[in-house]
Write a protein that binds this ligand. Sequence first.
Ligand code: GLA
Length: 380
Amino acid sequence: MSKVKLRLLSKQTLFHLSLIVMLGFAWPTRGHADTRVEDFDSIKLYTISNTSGMTIKVTNYGAIITSIMVPDRDGKLADVALGYNRVEDYINAVDKPYFGAIVGRYGNRIAKGAFTLNGEQYSLAVNNGPNHLHGGVIGFDKVVWTAAPVGGENAIELSYLAKDKEEGYPGNLRISVTYRLTDDNAIVVEYLAETDKATPVNLTQHTYFNLQGEGEGTILDHQLMLNADRYTPVDESLIPTGELAAVAGTPFDFTEAKAIGRDIGKEHQQLTFGGGFDHNWVLNAGPQVDGLTLAARVYEPSSGRQLEILTSEPGIQFYCGNFLDGRLQGKSGKPYEHRGGFCLETQHFPDSPNQPNFPSTILEPGEKYESTTVFKFTAR
Ligand code: GLA
């Protein structure tokens, strides 16, 4: 039978905490500039397993998926999600990789951290060059969520109340994210949100995958299909120009599966700006499966593992770990090298609050933000 197991991280964390303090390393305390944790004992790790051999681990710190154990074509399990065993490693990770987290209130960039809504100007933290990224200095990935196993289901619901003016955004925003592990090896992510004041909302899941296993080299041989004829080209600070450009005839064409590394080194201004692929693709309207669009399919030839992503969102940010450089060592002690993982972040387009031609990301009071993304694993 499927089950949700609850395990407290706190004892382990405290042990590591004292060890770290003894060794003289910095430990984030209450009020640490980059995180908001009132009580480290409230941070827990949940294990969810299904009847098909798959197990995921989720913590209520940042609603992070810390581990995804998936069988290969011979049934051999590997952890395909980059991440850590200890919460302090998530907090202290250099360059803020957002491993496995839910990012928000606005996933991706808002130009210069500024937008106007209903005649009012808002200014958000500028935390990525000249721009605002992933909800600010303390986004949803750096706060403690409330977790509740969903009764009778193989699922956990995480909720968070983002207060009015938190990170500069308008409105009290109640969010819930449910992770559900199905017996056919899919992780279903359901997002719900409501606000009491009009606000931009763009939530996404920021897992870095390596289908060979975390820490097992680069993802350049993974074969990627993106169901998108167009993408949103960017300026040098990765803000969309507003154009929806055709991928045909460019390195951005993943309409037929190809190795991620095949065209990544080609001469192309957009690849220079992104340091590789770090762009939003505009998903084609069809085909739809149960009301969701097949957005992406990734196949790893040596293990046979395959990941399919279906979503209700109009876009997907494909980021291929260009900022990883081997300094971060993951849960099994292996360095996460340059392009050692990829993210496929289902979302609305970057900078939508400043781009009148993009689908709106404004949630009004009385409306419901509802979004679903499915990560489905198979092996062949
Ligand atoms: C997103 C961004 C990238 C980078 C990563 C986190 O994918 O588009 O530029 O900031 O998050 O490192």
